[in-house]
Design a protein around this ligand. Sequence first.
Ligand SMILES: [Mg+2]
Length: 388
Amino acid sequence: MSRQIIHVDMDAFYASVEERENPALRGKPIVVAGKADSRGVVSAANYAARKFGVFSAMPTANAQRLCRDLIILPVRMSLYQEVSRQIHNVFQRYTPHIEPLSLDEAFLDPIGGERLHGNAVSTARQIKDDILAEVKLIASVGVGPNKFIAKLASDCDKPDGFTVVEERNVIEFLNTLALKRIWGVGPSTLRKLNSIGIYTVSELRKASYDYLTRHLGKTGPHLWHLARGQDDRPVKSENHAKSVSHETTFSDNIDDWNRLESVLMQLTESVCARLRKQDLAGRTITIKLRDSSFRTYTVSNTIAIATQSTDAVWGVVQNIIQTHPRRGAPIRLVGVGLSHFDSDDTSQLDVFATGAQAPQSSLDQLTDTVADRFGKFSLRRAKGLLKK
Ligand SMILES: [Mg+2]
């Protein structure tokens, strides 16, 4: 049995919640939006408003011009969060493997639930029905052999969609889509593709791996795979990993802090390599030290932008270590950890285009590649080499 992934996406979420709260609004054009006179923008438009050409991210004033009877409602985020929790309660009855993309969208991997809930398609159907029965809202649902196809499927028959794409129909399905629907094909990539004679998904598929790489760099191989419907990224549940850390215990206490720094560099390299492998990026860097009398000290530092780069993390580690209150003391254990992951994956388009959340340094890429081929630590920073 091949793998199947479910993508659930609520229809016109904020606007539908408002309609549910006030049935008198049904059928009328409504938006949830910031005020027109204070340069507000549309957060969500219901389908009645969309008929007038109103869409989200449009300035509220423009929306009003397009539709004179438009009803403008303020954003009630805590209400939408509450409804989102109810929807997640439904998900959780079917699978623990849930990767939320936003309040109203999530990937689900129903693996392991087959005996209880049937196959992915019947699970997806039950989830859609439960959401309607319990939350009184309509979800569009897609089922496909991977995340890429499932997400495209949920979108292809909105609103109130339910689309299953079987593995054997993937190519046929992709051929019905515009090239810009492929992940990573934004306006500039689209222009580039057009300039090398590629206008459709099937033309993209005919282009060779090398040709795409030559013209599009790193994006080339991604597009080569996607044109074939290939996407092996796992569904990453929120509680999948809360932190990634490595630590080392010494057989003898170490009071040479230069040597300690070398060990910390190695740990930093290991932790960051693991983050990159799991496509995670963290904001909080924690150093753990245990001294000779078994007292443990943890010092954390949180940075503004999540990272998986060895150099970026090492910079923070150095800062912590150079001002550490126990500096110079004999140490028996050190650890480096990253947490506070960016689980909000709404920037997934970019993530997919670049293959990482933060720009990856070429040195990181090189060490990862060498490690994959020749084993861990075949190539490492000189700082991490222990002086004997
Ligand atoms: Mg939605």
